[in-house]
Ligand binder design. Structure first.
Ligand SMILES: Nc1ncnc2c1ncn2[C@@H]1O[C@H](COP(=O)(O)OP(=O)(O)O)[C@@H](O)[C@H]1O
Ligand SMILES: [Mg+2]
Length: 176
């Protein structure tokens, strides 16, 4: 099934925790009118979290239940999906994918600020160093729809939002 029936495109905003997905999604949602879906919050609201993992200090996700709950929303179109993973969503859901990136030292400070420490902090910094999410996005979606965006400071953030809004305008022209 292709995206012909969507009245507005679906956008995936992904990247390592702390790169600024939620801040950018909120700004983009305000500017564009697209609906922001914070998948981590959705998982809690829809009771998709299972037992607690002591090592990773987080709970295990029931992916099937989460995806089933999102299906109708995604078919409507016009959604900004904000999640720190790229590979478990159906490829057909997205018209474009943005992978946010942040320099390690800046990301380290943001995650410390958030209260991350020990293995969780190290794993997330490694995830950014090894470009794990970028690779994941590139193997999960067509190369030409995956874009890397730097998000070290507010100037870059504003510029990214502006560019995505321009892309949205073009999408409307091309799809009506
Ligand atoms: N481009 C940016 N410049 C400066 N600070 C940012 C930027 N993007 C995010 N932040 C800050 O970094 C922290 C993490 O951002 P957040 O959007 O919660 O990340 P994520 O949703 O990817 O985990 C927040 O305190 C946020 O205000
Ligand atoms: Mg977030």
């Amino acid at each position: 099934m292709i995206n012909m029936q969507r009245s507005a495109p679906n956008i995936l905003i992904t990247g390592t925790p702390g790169v600024g997905k939620s801040l950018m999604s909120r700004m983009l949602s305000e500017k564009s009118g697209l609906v922001w879906l914070d998948v981590s919050k959705l998982a809690i609201e829809n009771e998709c979290l299972e037992e607690y993992d002591e090592v990773y200090q987080c709970r295990v996700l029931d992916e099937e239940k989460l995806l089933d709950g999102m299906e109708n929303l995604m078919n409507e179109g016009g959604k900004i999906v904000d999640y720190h993973g790229a590979e478990f969503f159906p490829e057909r859901w997205f018209d474009i994918v943005f992978v946010l990136r942040t320099d390690n030292t800046i990301l380290y400070d943001r995650l410390k600020e958030r209260g991350y420490s020990g293995k969780k902090l190290e794993d997330n910094i490694d995830c950014e160093i090894f470009q794990t999410i970028l690779e994941e996005a590139r193997t999960s979606y067509r190369e030409e729809i995956v874009h890397e965006l730097m998000s070290n400071n507010m100037d870059q953030l504003a510029d990214n939002v502006k560019r995505i809004c321009q892309w949205l305008e073009q999408w409307k022209i091309d799809n009506t």
